[in-house]
Design a protein around this ligand. Structure first.
Ligand SMILES: Cc1cc2nc3c(=O)[nH]c(=O)nc-3n(C[C@H](O)[C@H](O)[C@H](O)COP(=O)(O)O)c2cc1C
Length: 263
């Protein structure tokens, strides 16, 4: 993953928000990578996404038959910003995620991120998103099959403190994942669980993207000091995605100063 990332701050997926234009703005401002989506890649998740949208949450409503054209167009726009693009993908089956792999690898995106994170009840009810954490054998097979079949990076994204995170990280590493992306959410606090990031980074030797409550350069640096190789930002970028670029450049400046012994 190190070879593809431009800088250490990434735009995280936000369904219905992170389209090509939104990603373009983050990328142009200096983001290290931008994430399109989440997008639904099989009929079950498309239907579930529609139900989520009916409740008033933001979602991309794209039919399975339209997803290839949609993705090619959106990835092209995002890439004009000058950063690599990942696509956050929801699916319920091996067939669904392999379809995602096929489409994402044709789109010009560099990475497919498996969404084992979404906890919207409709998505979980069809076995996708966070429900995948109960199907770790299958998840492991998905990673291996994607890696064997397509020339793309595979990222596994999940929410921490729900199941045994070290177990998930080890299974993903063994399956050949290129990066793990951990939302270090901790109920009851409004900052990332840095202890969790510390534990995971010590337990596996795989690129670790740390996520949750990054709002500025300082909180990003704290997460990197805890062991994250890069950080990702969602809510703080909702109104203005260029914040991801400013944080990425701020981290770079901190690294430069540290290298020169000025910190
Ligand atoms: C409106 C919204 C939509 C989101 N959609 C997705 C999604 O489709 N896939 C995903 O993996 N995470 C999704 N997330 C989660 C974010 O990527 C991120 O993990 C979470 O918001 C915590 O990071 P933050 O504190 O920087 O916001 C979404 C978050 C928000 C606020």
């Amino acid at each position: 993953m190190r070879d593809v990332l431009k800088r250490k701050a990434i735009l995280a997926a936000m369904a219905g928000i992170c389209d090509g234009e939104f990603c373009f703005r983050a990328a142009k401002a200096g983001a290290g990578m931008v994430t399109l989506g989440g997008l639904n890649f099989d009929r079950e998740t498309v239907m579930a996404g529609k139900a989520v949208k009916l409740r008033g949450r933001t979602e991309f409503e794209v039919e399975v038959e339209e997803i290839e054209d949609f993705l090619i167009k959106e990835v092209r726009r995002a890439l004009e910003g000058g950063a690599p693009v990942a696509v956050n993908a929801r699916a319920t089956s091996l067939e669904g995620i392999m379809f995602a792999g096929e489409v994402v690898s044709k789109s010009g995106a560099v990475a497919l991120e498996i969404d084992a994170h979404c906890r919207q009840p409709e998505i979980m009810a069809v076995g996708a998103g966070q429900a995948l954490l109960k199907r770790l054998d299958e998840l492991s097979e998905w990673i291996t099959r994607l890696k064997d079949s397509f020339d793309i990076k595979v990222i596994l994204k999940w929410r921490g403190n729900v199941v045994d995170d070290l177990n998930v990280a080890r299974i993903a590493e063994k399956a050949g994942v290129d990066a793990i992306h951990v939302d270090a959410m901790k109920e009851g606090v409004n900052c990332g669980d840095l202890d969790l990031i510390r534990k995971i980074s010590k337990s596996v030797n795989v690129f670790l993207i740390g996520n949750n409550s990054i709002r500025d350069v300082e909180s990003a640096i704290e997460m990197i000091k805890a062991g994250a190789d890069a950080v990702s930002i969602a809510r703080a970028a909702m109104k203005d995605p260029t914040i991801v670029g400013r944080i990425a450049l701020g981290i770079e400046e901190w690294q430069r100063k540290e290298k020169n012994g000025k910190i």
